[in-house]
Design a protein around this ligand. Structure first.
Ligand SMILES: O=C(O)C(=O)CO
Length: 332
């Protein structure tokens, strides 16, 4: 049986807050078979999802399923502590780079995630970040109106390069098209003619996309291939006034290289919803730059989206406990 004490130790090492708080979030789900599987919910989640799980909560002794967040590292150490009873890990996120999917598969632990339902919210925020704010207002630098002060590229007539042309990347393009974007370029591990045709987007090599785009929007998952993809060499290939936007994962960017590129004028500006680490330390140079805006990983933070994510994560968990295929299962 899964020892909660053991889990608490592993989780706190992985930045899960206090075990005492987490303990209150344990729920036990009665299954129709009469068995009483136990699940661990790592943080307070929207009521819509919690209610699905907590209806028959009656014990905190161990778990058969874990409902986790993108900030929880699910690795071999945690799976060891969970032991052989664990059937399913359900993450309340579309990204699952925090989960060792291969290790889960090796142990027959299913992994669920929440794709699709957060696409619109993330695409919406990504579009907003294309006009990075500046600190002039807060810093008292807002003097008289000046014709050339803080100008940047506009979307009308611009070339937008989307790196990672999945659900979110395509939706970003769809949202931006009415602003008069002249051309869309996309880069992904393979060409996607169907999605591209809707936008009239052209496939480009990574280097070509960087060189031609006025806006470079990163919408790709964090994988071994994309880790540190945006590094000094990538920023050197971008236009000097290009705006770089990242709403995917901080790990796809070499953050020190980004800071240098922003400080030196190698690129024009950046809008970031994700950083390394998270939370970003308040003394990070990123927060001192006029040409960079940083948001605290809130791209999917609408009530509707988070509630839908919670329901899907709960349903993934319940399906895994029943031994069924998950509504949204990560393929290993
Ligand atoms: O779902 C994710 O992967 C996020 O980053 C937050 O919505």
């Amino acid at each position: 049986m899964f020892s909660l004490r053991g889990v608490g130790r592993v989780l706190s090492r992985s930045c899960w807050k206090s075990l005492e708080v987490s303990r209150q979030r344990l729920a036990v789900v009665s299954m129709s078979s009469g068995a009483r599987p136990r699940v661990f919910i790592s943080r307070r989640i929207p009521e819509e999802g919690r209610a699905l799980l907590a209806a028959t909560c009656d014990s905190v002794a161990g778990v058969d399923g874990i409902l986790c967040l993108l900030t929880d590292t699910i690795n071999g150490e945690l799976l060891d502590a969970a032991g052989p009873n664990l059937k399913v890990v359900s993450t309340l996120s579309v990204g699952y780079d925090h989960i060792d999917v291969k290790e889960c598969a090796r142990r027959n632990v299913k992994v669920g995630y929440t794709p699709g339902i957060l696409t619109a919210a993330v695409a919406e925020l990504t579009s907003v970040l294309l006009s990075p704010g500046i600190r002039a207002v807060e810093n008292g630098e807002w003097g008289t109106w000046k014709p050339m002060w803080l100008c940047g590229p506009g979307l009308d007539g611009a070339t937008v390069g989307i790196v990672g042309f999945g659900r979110i990347g395509v939706t970003v393009g769809r949202y931006l098209k009415p602003f008069g974007v002249a051309s869309f370029l996309y880069h992904d591990s393979f060409q996607k003619p169907v999605e591209a045709s809707e936008l009239g987007a052209e496939y480009a090599s990574f280097d070509e996309l960087l060189a031609k785009s006025d806006f470079v929007v990163a919408c790709c998952a964090l994988t071994d291939e994309t880790r540190n993809l945006f590094n000094a060499s990538a920023f050197k290939k971008m236009k000097n006034n290009a705006v770089f936007v990242n709403t995917s994962r901080g790990g796809i960017v070499n953050q020190n290289d980004l800071i240098t590129a922003l400080q030196s004028g190698q690129i024009g500006a950046a809008g970031l919803d994700v950083t390394t680490p998270e939370p970003l330390p308040t003394d990070s140079p990123l927060l001192k730059l006029d040409n960079c805006i940083v948001l605290p990983h809130i791209a999917s933070a609408t009530h509707k989206t988070r509630a839908a994510m919670a329901v899907l994560a709960a349903n993934n968990l319940l399906a895994g406990l029943r031994g069924d295929r998950l509504p949204q299962e990560v393929e290993s």
